[in-house]
Ligand binder design. Structure first.
Ligand code: AMP
Ligand code: MG
Length: 346
């Protein structure tokens, strides 16, 4: 199959809507990462997503909708969903509610719930408006690879496997949406993102976070959010995170970097200067910048055939939690403590 890449303008969006109406797949930009969309009401269309991505069938998809009204046609809407949608939609927040029968079980990987999001990206919104149907769309990468934040990243993974990519430039946030289960009385974050725990707690009065967010699931443990069972966001290079006091972190990273030639060091902007002489890349000046460039950096490391990436850690508050969640998963929870020299998963 030839993959066309068109600007996300009126012509591109019309073509995309036609493909979706025929049950085909289209990659399109959102404010978080690029999505791989299909008609959420069609089992055949949704199956194509799993095939193109090589996605395990037990990993559910997020259904994209224009607004609350469209969302309540797909899932059992409730007061908490309403409150959070009013505060954060359109935007990078996915809400889990009970699934209605119009949404095929395949979309939710057999779960009785459905994940719903109303994106804010103008091209995504226009596509939803023109095609007039809910669009199931996971990230537009091959399963296990870092999520795509540019049309080029999508082509690197899916060229020849899908008919169309809409190019809307680089994604604003750069990390996938926050996923919050709102089937209970208190919102429960299953995946951290740009709508933070603190922001949700401000609106809902309380917000919990699943304890599986920052640790590896045990072999037979049930995953509250099935995507967490799978290795995610991973570059081909071996990523190691180093935490601890700044001087010790620097010392240990320098020691480890000397052992191999094809090594990259990742550090916050103001710490890059401590790694002179090494192949060092900046994670940016704050968590927002890190989120925006993280997946791009991981993909660039693969292109340059880097073998090891050694990264400093960031503070896990606000958006920092989402960044650390993706870094820890990309590292397969390989985290060294420079102070204690004890390690997880060694
Ligand atoms: P992606 O579309 O690649 O961002 O992945 C969507 C993620 O949302 C999945 O990997 C799940 O972790 C989560 N998700 C989607 N639907 C549900 C659901 N019904 N219940 C819990 N988590 C879900
Ligand atoms: Mg994904």
């Amino acid at each position: 199959m030839r993959t066309e890449c068109l600007p996300a303008d009126r012509e591109g969006i019309t073509k995309a809507a036609d493909i979706l109406a025929e049950g085909g797949l289209v990659a399109f930009p959102t404010e978080t990462v690029y999505g791989l969309g299909a008609n959420a009401l069609s089992v055949e269309a949704v199956r194509r997503i799993f095939e193109a991505k090589g996605r395990p069938a037990d990993n559910p998809l997020i259904v994209h909708v224009t607004d609350k009204e469209a969302a309540s046609a797909c899932g059992e809407w409730n007061g908490l969903a309403d409150l959070l949608a009013d505060a954060f939609w359109p935007g990078p927040l996915t809400l889990i509610v009970k699934r209605k029968a119009v949404i095929p079980a395949e979309v939710s990987a057999g779960l009785e719930t459905v994940a719903l999001r109303s994106p804010s990206h103008p091209s995504a919104r226009e596509l939803l408006r023109v095609c007039g149907m809910p669009i199931a769309a996971p990230s537009a990468n091959r399963s296990g690879r870092p999520s795509p934040t540019t049309a080029r990243h999508v082509l690197d993974d899916l060229d020849g496997l899908i008919p169309l990519v809409l190019d809307g430039g680089s994604c604003d946030v750069g990390l996938e949406s926050t996923v919050a289960d709102v089937t209970g009385e208190v919102p429960l974050i299953l995946r951290p993102g740009a709508v933070t725990l603190e922001m949700i707690a401000m609106v809902a009065g309380e917000c919990r976070i699943s304890d599986s967010v920052m640790r590896e699931l045990k072999k037979d443990e049930a995953a509250p959010s099935p995507g967490m069972r799978h290795r995610h966001y991973a570059p081909r290079a071996q990523l190691t995170l180093v935490k601890g006091s700044p001087e010790k972190v620097c010392e240990l990273i320098r020691q480890l970097a000397e052992k191999s030639e094809k090594t990259w060091v990742l550090a916050p902007e103001d710490r890059v200067k401590y790694y002179r002489g090494l192949n060092t890349h900046s994670l940016g000046g704050d968590a927002k910048e890190t989120a925006h460039r993280l997946f791009h950096l991981l993909r660039q490391a693969d292109e340059e055939r880097v073998e090891h990436i050694l990264s400093e850690t960031l503070t896990s508050d606000g958006l920092g939690l989402a960044v650390m969640n993706r870094l820890a998963r990309a590292a397969n929870f390989h985290i060294l403590d420079a102070d204690g020299k004890a390690s997880q998963n060694d």
